[in-house]
Write a protein of this length. Structure first.
Length: 223
């Protein structure tokens, strides 16, 4: 695991989202949840752009995400952009079996997946808006693999960083990862101190004051 992924795995989506807010970066998504349990994952994005089959052109006939899966590896997460559509699946048990053979860390979908019980049995992390039994065949196809995508209003490029947990899914641009990690780590340390202060009897009014967060994000020592 690269040092950036190791550092990201020590954080959670909430603190990374807060750091992105401070830096003016759009990276947090809403409504994407784990399909079973709460398996947190971090990795690099391998993207799939989805369109209706009628718009497929020469990609028609190639099943959803197969090209991306065979090209991905052990530090990767498959990221599928289906524009929030929940009436058709983008992922299922056969893709999961192939992804696990390649060591892929999980899949995040702006849309739906199927075979949820099988994904849970395989212990393969899958994040989506819903589970649905409806197949992708004849309905949707991937227009492009490892291309820039729009995922719930967030522009995601191949190689961007992904963190997903029970709170949701957040993306970090690859060219900003170092500064985002630094801000998130400062904030995480400050939040631990704030929790300790509240548990020690300090007033939550003072501890939760906005200045405590801005001070931490700016890299200044807290009170």
């Amino acid at each position: 695991m690269t040092s950036e992924l190791e550092r990201l795995s020590a954080l959670d989506t909430c603190v990374v989202s807060d750091a992105l807010d401070h830096m003016g970066i759009n990276g947090a998504t809403t409504g994407i949840r784990p399909m079973w349990g709460m398996p947190a994952i971090v990795g690099r994005a391998r993207t799939v752009d989805v369109v209706d089959a009628a718009q497929a052109g020469d990609s028609k006939g190639r099943h959803m995400a197969t090209q991306t899966v065979v090209a991905a590896g052990e530090e990767d997460i498959i990221v599928i952009a289906n524009r929030g559509r929940t009436n058709v699946s983008c992922w299922g048990d056969i893709l999961t079996a192939s992804a696990q053979q390649r060591g892929i860390r999980g899949v995040v979908i702006d849309g739906a997946c199927r075979d949820v019980p099988e994904l849970a049995k395989a212990e393969f992390p899958a994040y989506a808006r819903a589970g649905v039994p409806v197949t992708a065949r004849g309905r949707i196809v991937d227009r492009g693999s490892d291309v820039p995508i729009n995922f719930d209003g967030v522009r995601v490029n191949p190689g961007d960083y992904v963190i997903a947990d029970a709170s949701g899914v957040v993306f970090v641009p690859a060219d900003r990862i170092t500064e985002v990690l630094e801000s998130a780590e400062r904030l995480a340390a400050r939040q631990e101190a704030m929790l300790a202060a509240v548990r020690g009897g300090a007033s939550v009014v003072e501890v939760m004051h906005d200045t405590q967060f801005t001070t931490a994000l700016a890299g200044k020592p807290g009170k």
